[in-house]
Write a protein of this length. Structure first.
Length: 125
């Protein structure tokens, strides 16, 4: 089992900083990779493999300034995976972090919150 996953941010991909011992799970930056499956599938697989057989209580902090349509689809896949992991005795909660004056990002968070089946909080900073 790998207890950490770190992916450096680029101009088109977000920083991924997952650390099981520290209970830190952060997705931060801009998400507009040309091939969203290629970027997000290893992240989803890592979560699936490393949280499937153990109990973790943690927040998943998502602070995306921008994401494209392909990223939206993969983010929904992430939320679905979190729901699945919660059914296996994890307690994973999403914190959608956005600028207080970014009305579009707040609205996106509200839309996610309506359909996502995991605890979901919008934090305006």
């Amino acid at each position: 089992m790998e207890t950490t996953l770190y992916i450096e941010p680029t101009s088109v991909t977000p920083e991924i900083d997952f650390n099981i011992p520290e209970l830190k799970f952060i997705i931060k930056g801009r998400s507009m990779p040309e091939n969203t499956d290629k970027f997000y599938n290893p992240i989803l697989n890592w979560l699936r493999e490393n949280l499937h057989h153990q109990f973790v209580k943690a927040n998943i902090d998502i602070a995306l300034d921008y994401y494209n349509t392909g990223s939206f689809i993969r983010i929904m896949a992430l939320f679905n995976l979190l729901e699945e992991l919660n059914q296996k005795d994890n307690d994973l909660r999403v914190r959608w972090i956005c600028e207080a004056e970014d009305e579009d990002n707040i609205a996106d968070g509200e839309s996610f919150k309506e359909v996502v089946k995991v605890p979901f909080e919008i934090i305006e900073i």
